[in-house]
Design a protein around this ligand. Structure first.
Ligand SMILES: *[C@@H]1O[C@H](CO)[C@@H](O)[C@H](O)[C@H]1NC(C)=O
Ligand SMILES: *[C@@H]1O[C@H](CO)[C@@H](O)[C@H](O)[C@H]1NC(C)=O
Ligand SMILES: *[C@@H]1O[C@H](CO)[C@@H](O)[C@H](O)[C@H]1NC(C)=O
Ligand SMILES: *[C@@H]1O[C@H](CO)[C@@H](O)[C@H](O)[C@H]1NC(C)=O
Ligand SMILES: *[C@@H]1O[C@H](CO)[C@@H](O)[C@H](O)[C@H]1NC(C)=O
Ligand SMILES: *[C@@H]1O[C@H](CO)[C@@H](O)[C@H](O)[C@H]1NC(C)=O
Length: 175
């Protein structure tokens, strides 16, 4: 979310500065920024893993038909009623964790991209002893949002903030 907020602010600032200048033409730099904004605005990146062990160090994946399908396969391994994915829908990031309530030990953990219409937080378990499992489920729609603690900046977000600050400083100096 921060990435989009920051890019929007930069976009507004640059277009504003550009209009304030006498020639008023749109520079290449602005076109690059605008394309960058729309590029990042249309993709969602989620953490991805399918066991308590692998979730200690999850991968990341850009949401697509194929990655949502992978998550569907993981959900199918322990649930009986996972609907087929609907290719015309958008995506969400999810973190679905099951644990033994009595001692909080994790029995299953699935992170990944999912089609937004699939009710992945209310699926039916069909593994043995699952009656003793408790559930924690989170869905969200911003990049890297499905890992604890939520809202932590990723390395790439820091890189983007650094570039943005550098660009703004350069622009201010050239006025
Ligand atoms: C997306 O995946 C589903 C399930 O495998 C498949 O039926 C569908 O054809 C795929 N759609 C596209 C556009 O790749
Ligand atoms: C989705 O998963 C099914 C079953 O694993 C596979 O046959 C199909 O090719 C996959 N589709 C995509 C788009 O990855
Ligand atoms: C749970 O149900 C699904 C769908 O019926 C099945 O594909 C899967 O193998 C089952 N898993 C277990 C552990 O029984
Ligand atoms: C897929 O999504 C479209 C558009 O939202 C909807 O009309 C259709 O009924 C959905 N199909 C299934 C199988 O859920
Ligand atoms: C938690 O409880 C379950 C069921 O009683 C048991 O199988 C499991 O080994 C326990 N885990 C830990 C870490 O104590
Ligand atoms: C997923 O959610 C559970 C429960 O809130 C949490 O314990 C776990 O750390 C989360 N997974 C990751 C990889 O952040």
């Amino acid at each position: 979310m921060w990435r989009k907020v920051i890019l929007s602010l930069v976009l507004v600032a640059f277009v504003g500065l550009q209009l304030g200048e006498s020639d008023g033409k749109v520079s290449e730099k602005n076109i690059i920024l605008i394309s960058l904004y729309f590029y990042t605005g249309n993709s969602l990146t989620c953490y991805s893993c399918n066991s308590p062990q692998s979730c200690l160090n999850p991968d990341t994946q850009v949401c697509s038909n194929a990655t949502a399908n992978t998550t569907t396969d993981w959900l199918n391994a322990i649930h009986s009623d996972v609907p087929k994915i609907n290719t015309s829908e958008g995506y969400k990031c999810m973190n679905l964790t099951y644990f033994i309530y009595a001692n909080m030990s994790k029995t299953a953990e699935i992170l990944g991209c999912m089609r937004e219409t699939v009710p992945f937080c209310s699926l039916t378990l069909n593994v043995s002893n699952s009656a003793t499992w408790a559930k924690n489920c989170k869905s969200c729609t911003t990049d890297y949002c499905n890992r604890n603690p939520a809202g932590t900046f990723s390395k790439s977000t820091y890189t983007i903030i650094a570039c943005v600050v550098a660009l703004i400083l350069a622009k201010l100096r050239s006025i």
